[in-house]
Ligand binder design. Sequence first.
Ligand code: PXP
Length: 239
Amino acid sequence: MTKLGVNIDHIATLREARKINEPDPIYGAVLAELGGADGITVHLRSDRRHIQDRDIRLLSQTVKTKLNIEMAATKEMFKIACEVKPYSVTLVPERKDEVTTEGGLDVILHSSTIKPLIQDYHSHDILVSIFVDPDNDQIKACSKLGVDIIEINTGKYADEENEQRQMVELEKIKNASRIASKTGLRVAAGHGLNYRNVIPVAEIPAIEELNIGHSIIGMAVFSGLENAVREMKTLIKNL
Ligand code: PXP
């Protein structure tokens, strides 16, 4: 059965739009777990645009499933992760002006930084996942570096509007996940997955977990809106 990791960054994005203390992603994590999430993922960005240090500290104490923190491969983030001790960290590339993570980490280019960092994480009993494009050389490099899990970037597959080209992207994900699991890597996938495009990816046998954020939080806005209005109406109507 494919597991579901729920990315709750967007709850923090909404909170930061007002710079107040609600909606609280901690509450979101509890509800996601009640809904069946197998894990909670947050991205602690260097610019702290959504998730804050306080969030990951509290999540590490309250998440009942497993906490996965996406972060850049930097010393600052390593220090924070060691204090919080999540189940896993997912190393991602970060560009200051990007709206969301734009692609996988180039592990071949950055191997000299990543290799010792993986060993440091392991010495603190934290599993290391790396967000990579479905590229066989990148996958093989992950295996050589001693990575525990790879998260295959499904962004290109999700964004492709042409059906034939989308199938080509799907094949790349299938091949990459097969190669990864043959080399002993655990395989996750995510980015851009939604209620329309998720099934072909969930059907790939080697993929054990999907990480999904935007579409789930977007759906939650609509599936909860009617009740939220009704509750407010009930509160004020008899005054
Ligand atoms: N995986 C990684 C590495 C990400 O950066 C993100 C977005 O924060 C996701 C998965 C989830 O992507 P989406 O929000 O498009 O579902």
